[in-house]
Design a binder for this molecule. Structure first.
Ligand SMILES: NC(=O)c1ccc[n+]([C@@H]2O[C@H](COP(=O)([O-])OP(=O)(O)OC[C@H]3O[C@@H](n4cnc5c(N)ncnc54)[C@H](OP(=O)(O)O)[C@@H]3O)[C@@H](O)[C@H]2O)c1
Length: 329
């Protein structure tokens, strides 16, 4: 236990100093042991397997379309590969066109018939997200909508305090860009939900959402920047991940009548489970939190079920994303 805790601290420190450490771990893990892709096995060996690659292999996603952000490495790449393998048409949304092209080529090299294509999307830039949303809507127009939206792009920390839009950078990258993408793609999700009974928005959040700053999510642009200046890195990251959890709960409530499903989780096989498993589609579970591997657990009890906070963070996210809502003071 003591050893595991030290390993976790070393890994967190390593990722602060060297943000690609996670990817290296995933790449190493994916080549040697595909079961562990996206799960950081050295840190959190799975206690319980509620879903397996064998069960995923029986899911037919032919005719369905998915969009995965941050799809050029780590959990995003593994998820794109898994969904494409089951026949989905996967739009791989990445901030670097070169890295995205390499990831698309890597998937095609292993699966010649994979239907994968790149979309430029820097989640830390509202203009880039708007352009990506437009491009994605154009591509899914003839595909019956968007069946799966996987909001995966993420950073643990950033040397730059603000995004190009003046939003605390970790919050902008992990949450605000994704919030805007959901709002832009909602018509395509609703179309898919009408056709198949269920569309999925999968927020790849983190256990760190249990450790936000005091009060949960700082509720203004200025408060987010102030909190970053004072709080440990993990709390800043935790606030961005908690915002995802809260907005997923709010979205789940808003789309209840539209038969769309919203799930919140972490880990590549768990992401694929949330996006594609038949049992979850049939159950139409919404606003639930799963952790590796496909095990449901309640999200942070102190904040996640707080409807007032869900609404406040939704309003703040609309405001920061330039969607016109004014945050209540
Ligand atoms: N690894 C874990 O154990 C773990 C645990 C809990 C939650 N998570 C969450 O899982 C998600 C994926 O993590 P990971 O471990 O796979 O990390 P990763 O290997 O570092 O991958 C992150 C991905 O996000 C992309 N990205 C970063 N900033 C972006 C931006 N502004 N716009 C678009 N894409 C951007 C990266 O692109 P570039 O390569 O171009 O930078 C990369 O493709 C994150 O949201 C993370 O918070 C991970």
């Amino acid at each position: 236990m003591k050893g595991a805790a030290s390993a976790l601290l070393v890994a967190i420190a390593a990722r602060r100093l060297w943000p690609r450490a996670g990817s290296a771990l995933h790449w190493a893990a994916s080549s040697a042991a595909p079961f562990y892709v996206g799960h950081s096995p050295a840190l959190m060996p799975a206690r319980e397997w509620r879903y397996t690659f064998e069960r995923l292999a029986r899911v037919d996603l032919a005719g369905q379309t998915a969009l995965v952000t941050g799809a050029n490495s780590g959990i995003g790449l593994a998820t794109a590969r898994l969904l494409a393998r089951q026949g989905a048409h996967v739009l791989m949304a990445c901030c670097s066109p070169d890295r995205c092209a390499r990831a698309v080529a890597a998937i095609r090299a292993g699966q010649a018939r994979a239907r994968v294509e790149a979309i430029a999307c820097d989640t830390a830039s509202l203009a880039s997200v708007r352009a990506a949303g437009g491009a994605a809507l154009a591509r899914v127009r003839w595909h019956g909508g968007l069946d799966m939206l996987v909001l995966n792009a993420g950073i643990l920390a950033s040397a730059e305090p603000e995004s190009i839009d003046g939003i605390e950078r970790v919050f902008a990258t992990n949450h605000v860009g994704h919030h805007l993408l959901v709002r832009l793609l909602q018509p395509a999700l609703e179309r898919a939900a009408r056709r198949r009974g269920c569309a999925r928005v999968v927020h790849v959040t983190s256990h760190a959402h249990y450790h936000p700053p005091a009060g949960g999510v700082p509720l203004s642009r200025a408060a987010l920047l102030e909190s970053r200046a004072r709080a440990p890195v993990l709390h800043t990251y935790g606030a961005s991940k908690l915002a995802q959890v809260l907005c997923a709960q709010e979205l789940a409530r808003r789309v209840r009548g539209a038969r769309a499903c919203v799930l919140v989780n972490a880990g590549a096989l768990t992401v694929a489970y949330a996006a594609a498993s038949d049992e979850l589609r049939q159950q139409r579970l919404s606003g639930r939190y799963f952790h590796p591997i496909a095990v449901e657990q309640p999200p942070a009890p102190a904040h996640a079920a707080n409807v007032t906070l869900q609404r406040a963070v939704w309003a703040l996210s609309d405001e920061l994303a330039g969607l016109g809502t004014v945050h209540p003071t």
